[in-house]
Design a protein around this ligand. Structure first.
Ligand SMILES: Nc1ncnc2c1ncn2[C@@H]1O[C@H](COP(=O)(O)OP(=O)(O)OP(=O)(O)O)[C@@H](O)[C@H]1O
Length: 227
């Protein structure tokens, strides 16, 4: 599985310029300080932001290509995104939030997914009756049930307290082992990246300044003063 991202995007005083190919096996962490362009990169991949110029391709499927005027809209990219805060429909019970955008072929995996995420006991509750960690687990379930090619997670732990961060990270690790889906995981936390990712891509001022196997990248001089 291969994600090609060649993209330029100018946003007022910030320019993102990346040219990379991600093998997308297991979890790839996108690591960088605040303002380095991580969310901008994620939004170029899922189509919420349109590059000024470039090519975004998943295996043989072209999602964006300026040369051939191709722009597949977000809803047709089949990419699941989990945001910093869970965005659930407040007037729907968990079960209806989960089935709202469910792909027909994912129906048979419903039980497996809710068991991995341990949300079976929440199905009849409304989002207001859930903790932050539970809401994020439901968001992940909803994203998976839409039948995505891969998952983008944009700092999914950031709204949680420390014990819940640890708990959700454990669920995400379980997901990686039990549900075979590539994940691109944005974080500014080295330890999270170390714990969860097999590969890391480092962003700084809108550019990818390093990428490779996690241990190798995190040992580089760039991270010396992050500890
Ligand atoms: N719509 C926009 N218009 C103008 N500038 C923007 C816009 N969106 C983001 N930026 C700027 O682009 C830069 C990168 O933002 P981005 O959100 O991608 O960074 P980030 O690495 O995800 O940061 P954080 O970790 O704080 O979420 C920032 O300087 C931000 O102010």
């Amino acid at each position: 599985m291969m994600l090609i991202i060649q993209a330029k995007k100018r946003l007022a005083h910030f320019t993102l310029c990346v040219n990379t190919q991600l093998a997308c096996e297991g979890v790839t962490a996108v690591l960088g300080v605040s303002g380095s362009g991580k969310t901008t990169l994620i939004n170029l991949i899922n189509g919420l932001t349109k590059p000024d110029q470039g090519l975004i391709q998943w295996n043989n499927t072209i999602l964006f290509d300026t040369e051939n005027s191709i722009f597949i809209p977000p809803e047709r990219r089949h990419i699941g995104t989990v945001f910093q805060e869970a965005l659930l429909f407040p007037h729907y019970k968990v079960i209806n939030n989960l089935t709202y955008g469910m792909a027909p072929h994912m129906q048979r995996r419903f039980d497996e997914i809710i068991d991995v995420l341990n949300i079976r006991n929440l199905l009849n509750r409304y989002p207001a009756m859930l903790s932050g960690g539970e809401k994020q687990r439901v968001s992940i379930g909803r994203a998976l049930l839409s039948g995505p090619r891969f998952l983008l997670m944009d700092e999914p732990l950031s709204a949680l307290d420390m014990p819940r961060k640890k708990e959700l990270l454990t669920y995400i690790q379980k997901l990686v082992q039990e549900i075979n889906i590539p994940i691109i995981y944005v974080t500014h936390n080295m330890n999270e990246a170390r714990q969860i990712a097999s590969h890391v891509l480092v962003m700084n001022q809108g550019e990818i300044i390093n990428s490779g196997p996690t241990a190798q990248v995190l040992e580089s001089d760039y991270f010396k003063d992050w500890l």
